[in-house]
Design a protein around this ligand. Structure first.
Ligand SMILES: [Zn+2]
Ligand SMILES: [Zn+2]
Length: 389
């Protein structure tokens, strides 16, 4: 096993310039979610040329892909690639590095395919992480069916094995009242704006009683047409975030109850609309994290402690609620560089990004190898997954 891992590391080193080139090309051609046609084409071309069987446009998502390498009956391990950019600031989340590291891990495994244990490796291209919910659509479309364990990495300013991610639901609240002249016959009106304002007041009170990692934040999207008309329609959108799926569901119910109370108090009718791609919290899997950790240590990478107060959301959380999944963080930027910043965008093509990309590709390939070689580990990861549900 150790000798095979050395061969994997050597394969990544041989491909280093190609992988960095791929990363830079994606970085320098930023494409927004569901429009990543160039990135998807480059990645599938690269994986196809390494012997992967490539399927483009899977699960009805045009810029998604699946590249499969099969060596016989055994576990199916997925390595996920993201490659969407942010509006205005390009690859300030470093998804170019995620993409190249995933492709590099696949290519390194393909380089030793004759010596691989039986199983199936799938590099899955997952578009539109930045709000579009690509993985949610892929999950619904069955793209992860048959996958036993999944992994991806994300760029950061340190190496951290696991970070909690907040689940997020986006709730639209629409109130319908009755228009009337606001001075001549206000008693004839039913004030939909009052219902919105009362909802905000109710939510403000609710916020005192929520867990510290929960977040509830909203805006008014419609507040009426003119001051001399009692608003017959008003609307708000709230984001509700929490670190646990059951608590997230509870909180959503309580926010909706705030709106229902406001509707009852004002005499309005309420329509609740849920955004169609909610992001789930990240469910950790220590079995997979331990395998990843041991391969990191093999490369001499020092792990930083988990950070408790910088909480984001990602659709990888949804994958982690369906099958054992990890998303370790890779140092690709100088200390204290915030993600989604111009500094992070610049760092995503710097020397640290090259180093992180190559180490991440090696670690993911070695972790995949361990899981193929020892199906008992995959079973253990699945038992842990079921136990902590
Ligand atoms: Zn991001
Ligand atoms: Zn990101």
């Amino acid at each position: 096993m150790s000798a095979l891992k050395d061969l994997i590391a050597q394969a990544v080193d041989r491909l280093a310039d190609d992988l960095e080139g791929l990363s830079h090309r994606i970085h320098d051609n930023p494409e927004l979610g569901y429009q990543e046609t160039k990135a998807a084409a480059w990645l599938t071309e690269f994986l196809g040329s390494r012997g992967f069987k490539v399927e483009r446009g899977i699960a009805g998502v045009e810029t998604a892909f699946r590249a499969t390498l099969e060596t016989g009956a055994g576990p199916t391990i997925a390595i996920m690639c993201e490659y969407d950019a942010l509006p205005g600031i390009g690859h300030a989340c470093g998804h170019n590095v995620i993409a190249a590291a995933g492709a590099g891990a696949g290519a390194a495994l393909a380089a030793v395919r004759d010596r691989l244990p039986n199983g199936r490796i799938q590099v899955i291209g997952t578009p539109a992480e930045e709000g579009g919910g690509g993985k949610v659509r892929l999950l619904r479309g069955g793209a992860f069916q048959g996958v036993d364990a999944a992994m991806m990495i994300h760029g950061w300013d340190q190496w951290v094995l696991h970070q909690d991610l907040l689940g997020i639901v986006r709730v639209g609240l629409e109130f319908k009242g009755k228009a009337a002249h606001a001075a001549a016959d206000p008693w004839e009106g039913v004030n939909a704006l009052d219902a919105v304002i009362q909802t905000f007041n109710n939510v403000s009170m609710l916020r005192q009683q929520v867990r510290p990692d929960a977040r509830i934040h909203g805006i008014i999207t419609h507040g009426g047409a003119a001051p001399n008309i009692i608003p017959e329609f008003a609307a708000a959108t709230f984001y509700v975030r929490a670190a646990r799926l059951d608590y997230l569901g509870d909180l959503r119910t309580r926010v909706v109850a705030c709106a229902e109370g406001a509707a009852a108090a004002t005499g309005c009718t309420l329509t609740v609309t849920d955004h169609d791609t909610p992001y789930d919290p990240m469910k950790r899997n220590d079995t997979l994290l331990d395998v990843f950790r041991s391969n990191m240590a093999r490369l001499g990478v020092a792990e930083s402690p988990e950070v408790k107060d910088r909480l984001g959301s990602s659709d990888v959380g949804n994958v982690s609620q369906v099958l054992p999944t990890i998303q370790p963080y890779i140092r690709i930027a100088p200390d204290a560089t915030p993600i989604h910043s111009r500094a992070f965008e610049a760092a995503a093509v710097g020397a640290l990004a090259r180093d992180g990309l190559l180490k991440a590709a090696k670690t993911m390939a070695m972790t995949t190898l361990d899981l193929l070689a020892e199906p008992g580990l995959v079973r253990k990861a699945q038992e842990e997954f079921r136990g902590s549900r």
